[in-house]
Design a protein around this ligand. Sequence first.
Ligand SMILES: Cc1cc2nc3c(=O)[nH]c(=O)nc-3n(C[C@H](O)[C@H](O)[C@H](O)COP(=O)(O)OP(=O)(O)OC[C@H]3O[C@@H](n4cnc5c(N)ncnc54)[C@H](O)[C@@H]3O)c2cc1C
Length: 268
Amino acid sequence: MTSIEPTVTEGTRHAAHRTLRVLRTERVTPRMARVTLGGEELAGYPPFAPDQRIKLFFPVAGQSRPAMPRASSGGPVWPPGEPRPIIRSYTVRRFDPDAGELDVDFVLHGEHGPAAEWAARAEPGDWVGVSDPGGRYRPDASAGAHLIIGDESALPAIATVLDALRDFDGPIEAYIEVADPAEEQPLPTTAATRPHWLHRGDAPPGRPLLDAVRAAELPTGVPPSRCQAWLSAEATAVRDIRAHLLDDRALPRRMIYATGYWRATRPR
Ligand SMILES: Cc1cc2nc3c(=O)[nH]c(=O)nc-3n(C[C@H](O)[C@H](O)[C@H](O)COP(=O)(O)OP(=O)(O)OC[C@H]3O[C@@H](n4cnc5c(N)ncnc54)[C@H](O)[C@@H]3O)c2cc1C
């Protein structure tokens, strides 16, 4: 199989892609697997920042290593004659250039899904393709309060966002929906951070989050115009929560950074 060197293309919008190897795996919680990636092509990977979004490229049946595109000004160029990989979006949970390690945390959601299934089976030496990171979220240092809202698929990003807010001395309200108490994780918090863990149980995904945000008392003394919200979860829940923040709480559009992370295919 052809090895394609990572190509950083100056002056284009197209990210570089690298093929990395699994160094090790661990279970963070019963339903969250951490896969630590490394390898020669990690050299020169962009510096770590909060909420870095990446594309992962998984090999398809019959491949041990995914066929990776070469970046070009006209878009990705795929090697001819090779099946294209399965592509999913994930978050850089940790990048340590000195150790040559990049962590990605995968929800083992229990539905048939190639990414979650790959992570559940991943072993040292396995290959996976990784894009350079994207993402535009930057914590607003002048905000009076921060609202952080997400489900377990957003927990890796939430941890990096809260870490970036360590020096923020105003109120931080974090609403996080997980399957059950065993899925809670230690998070970087300040004295003024209030984490609200919500346990889904048998409720449809996103429902506990929506109900909790609708009932939430937002920090007193901070006008909505100075409240920055970061929001990621199941796509329909994100749409409804975003609408609530805009229409009922009067947060300005520019203060809400919302992303649908996945779409429930069962009725909610
Ligand atoms: C910017 C961004 C960053 C993301 N970061 C992360 C991350 O760091 N960690 C992470 O785990 N996910 C993350 N996600 C979500 C992840 O991309 C999706 O969950 C993806 O659908 C998983 O792919 P899959 O192949 O396992 O399942 P798919 O083939 O996409 O879906 C198969 C089935 O699984 C269901 N499903 C998919 N995801 C979930 C879920 N989380 N819970 C319950 N059911 C699900 C679908 O409804 C479908 O029925 C991120 C998404 C985005 C857009």
